[in-house]
Write a protein that binds this ligand. Structure first.
Ligand code: HEM
Length: 492
C-alpha cells in the first residue's frame, strides 16, 4: 500500500508477530523470559522504548502483527499531534479484548465522535462539581484518611518493626472516593461486597494483561473458549455486570429528583430529562451508564493509588524532602487541624514535591492508545488511517531538552525564585488534548489531601536493615512501585 511507503522508521518487524518479540510481549511471556535468563526483575519496558527514539528519532514505528503502531516521543511531538491536530489523533483503536468487554461504550475506549463528546462533557461537569457544594468529595477523602490513620497505627504496632504494606489501605481509600461519588456508598475495607467488587476488577485486569487471554487481541475467537482463563474472564465480566446493574436498579427505585445523591442519580435524571425533551435517539442510556461507572472505577483507582504509593516511597527514600514538606505543613496548617483543599495555594513545596514524583514516575507511561482517524502527513511521515498512536508520556517527562538533569529528583524545579509554584507546560502526566484525563481535578484533590494529611500525622521511614525497593517499578496497566513496607511514628 502506498500509504506505507513513507511511514516513520523503526526496528525491523519479524514475520507474523511484528515487533512483539521485543518489548511488546505480554508480561506473562516476559516473566518466562526473565526466569529463563535467571534475572530477578525485568526493566520497565518503556525505558527500552524511549531508548529507541535515540536510534530512530522522536517519531518511530513498530508492528504488532500487521498493525502499525507509531510511538511519539518528547513534549514537542506529543503536543504537536494530540493538541495541535485533535481531529486526526483523538480516536481510539479497536483493541479486540477491550472491545469485547466495553462494546466501545463509556468514555475511555469510545470512538472519537459526537456520542463520546456528549457523554464526556456531561461526566466531566459532574466530576468537577463534586469538588463543590453539598456533594463535595472532600469529607469523603477525609473519612478515608481517618481509617488509614487508625489502621496504619494498628498494623505498625503489630508488625514488630517489619513495616506495613500501604497498598491495601491506600487502594481502599481511593476506590472508596469513587464509590461514594458514583454509587453514594462507602465500604469498610473488610466489607464482603466491596472486597468482591475490587477482587473481580483486579482479577479481570490481571487476566487481560498478565495471562494468555492477552492473545484474544490477536485471535478474538479465543474469548469464547469454554475453559481456563477465557472462561474465567467471561465469569468475572458477568459477576461485575450483575453487581453494578443491581446497584443501578436500586438507585432507580429510590431516586428522588430533588435530592440527587451521587453520579448515578444525576445520570438517571439526565436520561429522564432527555427523554422528556423527546430525544428518543439519546445516547444517555442504562447501557452507557453501566460502562461509564466501570470506566470511572478502572481509570480512577490504580492511577491515583499508585501515584500516592510512589509519593510515599519517595518520601522514605528522601527523608530530607519529607522533613521540608512536613515543616511547610506545620507552618501553614499547624498540627491541630487537618489540611483542607483551601490550603492548596499555600503549600507550594508540598505541591512541587507531588508534581516531581508524578514527573519521574509517570503512572500511565504510554497514555491510553490513540488512533489516526484519517491518513495524514505528520512531521514528514505518512501516518495511515487506523495507525495506533502511543504518546510516550514517560519520554516527555525525561526529555533533556525541556528538563534539566531529568533523572534527578528535585521538587525545586517546579518553584520560581520566590518559592512560588509555577506550572510547566511540558508537565503532562494526565495527557494533553481532547482526550486529556477526565479525572485530573479529582485526582489532584485526592493526591493533595492524602499526602498532606498523612505527612502531617506521620513520619515515614524504611524498616531497619531493609533495602529500598528497586525504582523501575512493575509495569502492568499502570506503573506501580515494587512492593515495599514502611514504619511510621506519630507526629501529632
Ligand atoms: C484518561 C492519567 C486519575 C478518568 C487518562 C489518560 C491519562 C490519565 C494519561 C489518557 C489521556 C489520553 O488518552 O491521551 C491519570 C492519572 C491519574 C488519573 C495520572 C491519577 C493520578 C483519574 C481519575 C479518573 C480518571 C481519578 C476518574 C474518576 C479518566 C478517563 C479517561 C482518562 C475517563 C479517558 C478520557 C477520554 O478518553 O476521553 N488518565 N488519570 N482518571 N482518565 Fe485519568
Amino acid at each position: 500500500c502506498r500509504d506505507r511507503d513513507n511511514i516513520p522508521p523503526g526496528p525491523r518487524p519479524w514475520p507474523v508477530v511484528g515487533n512483539f518479540g521485543g518489548f511488546l510481549v505480554p508480561s506473562v511471556l516476559q516473566r518466562r523470559f526473565r526466569r529463563h535468563r535467571g534475572r530477578a526483575e525485568v526493566e520497565n519496558p518503556v525505558v527500552a522504548l524511549t531508548e529507541h527514539a535515540n536510534v530512530y528519532g522522536n517519531v518511530f514505528s513498530l508492528f504488532a502483527g500487521t498493525q502499525l503502531i507509531v510511538v511519539l516521543n518528547g513534549y514537542e511531538v506529543v503536543k504537536d499531534a494530540l493538541s495541535n491536530r485533535p481531529e486526526e489523533f483523538s480516536d481510539r483503536p479497536d483493541i479486540p479484548a477491550v472491545t469485547i468487554m466495553t462494546k466501545r461504550k463509556g468514555i475511555v475506549f469510545a470512538p472519537y465522535g459526537s456520542t463520546w463528546k456528549k457523554q464526556r462533557r456531561f461526566c466531566h461537569t459532574m466530576l468537577r462539581n463534586f469538588g463543590l457544594g453539598k456533594l463535595s468529595v472532600e469529607p469523603c477523602i477525609h473519612q478515608g484518611l481517618a481509617t488509614i490513620k487508625t489502621e496504619l497505627l494498628r498494623l505498625n504496632e503489630e508488625c514488630g518493626g517489619a513495616g506495613v504494606d500501604l497498598t491495601p489501605l491506600i487502594r481502599n481509600a481511593v476506590s472508596n472516593v469513587i464509590c461514594s461519588m458514583t454509587l453514594g456508598q462507602r465500604f469498610h475495607h473488610e466489607d464482603h461486597e466491596f472486597r468482591l467488587l475490587l477482587g473481580l476488577m483486579d482479577r479481570g485486569l490481571e487476566i487481560c494483561v498478565n495471562s494468555p487471554a492477552f492473545l484474544i487481541n490477536i485471535f478474538p475467537l479465543l474469548y469464547y473458549l469454554p475453559f481456563g482463563v477465557f472462561r474465567e474472564l467471561r465469569q468475572v465480566e458477568r459477576d461485575i455486570t450483575v453487581f453494578l446493574k443491581d446497584i443501578i436498579t436500586k438507585h432507580r427505585e429510590t431516586l428522588d429528583p430533588e435530592n440527587p445523591r451521587d453520579f448515578v442519580d444525576m445520570y438517571l435524571l439526565e436520561m429522564m430529562s432527555q427523554r422528556a425533551a423527546g430525544q428518543e435517539d439519546s445516547s444517555f442510556t442504562d447501557d452507557y451508564l453501566f460502562y461509564i461507572v466501570g470506566d470511572l472505577f478502572i481509570a480512577g483507582t490504580d492511577t491515583t493509588s499508585n501515584s500516592l504509593l510512589w509519593i510515599l516511597l519517595y518520601m522514605v527514600l528522601y527523608p530530607d524532602i519529607q522533613d521540608k514538606v512536613q515543616a511547610e505543613i506545620d507552618e501553614v496548617v499547624g498540627k491541630h487541624r487537618v489540611p483542607s483543599l483551601t490550603d492548596k495555594g499555600s503549600l507550594p513545596f508540598t505541591e512541587a514535591t507531588i508534581m516531581e514524583v508524578q514527573r519521574l514516575m509517570v503512572v500511565v507511561p504510554l497514555g491510553i492508545p490513540h488512533m489516526a482517524s484519517k491518513t495524514t502527513e505528520f512531521r514528514g511521515y505518512t501516518i495511515p488511517k487506523g495507525t495506533v498512536i502511543l504518546p510516550n508520556l514517560w519520554s516527555v517527562h525525561r526529555d533533556p531538552s525541556v528538563w534539566d538533569d531529568p533523572d534527578s529528583f528535585n521538587p525545586a524545579r517546579f518553584l520560581d525564585d520566590d518559592g512560588k509554584l509555577f506550572r510547566r507546560e511540558c508537565f503532562i502526566p494526565f495527557g494533553i488534548g481532547r482526550r486529556v484525563c477526565m479525572g485530573e481535578q479529582l485526582a489532584k484533590m485526592e493526591l493533595f489531601l492524602m499526602v498532606t494529611c498523612l505527612l502531617q500525622a506521620f513520619k515515614f521511614r524504611l524498616p531497619e536493615g531493609k533495602p529500598p525497593p528497586p525504582l523501575h517499578g512493575r509495569f502492568g496497566l499502570t506503573l506501580a512501585p515494587c512492593p515495599f513496607t514502611v514504619c511510621v511514628s506519630t507526629r501529632t
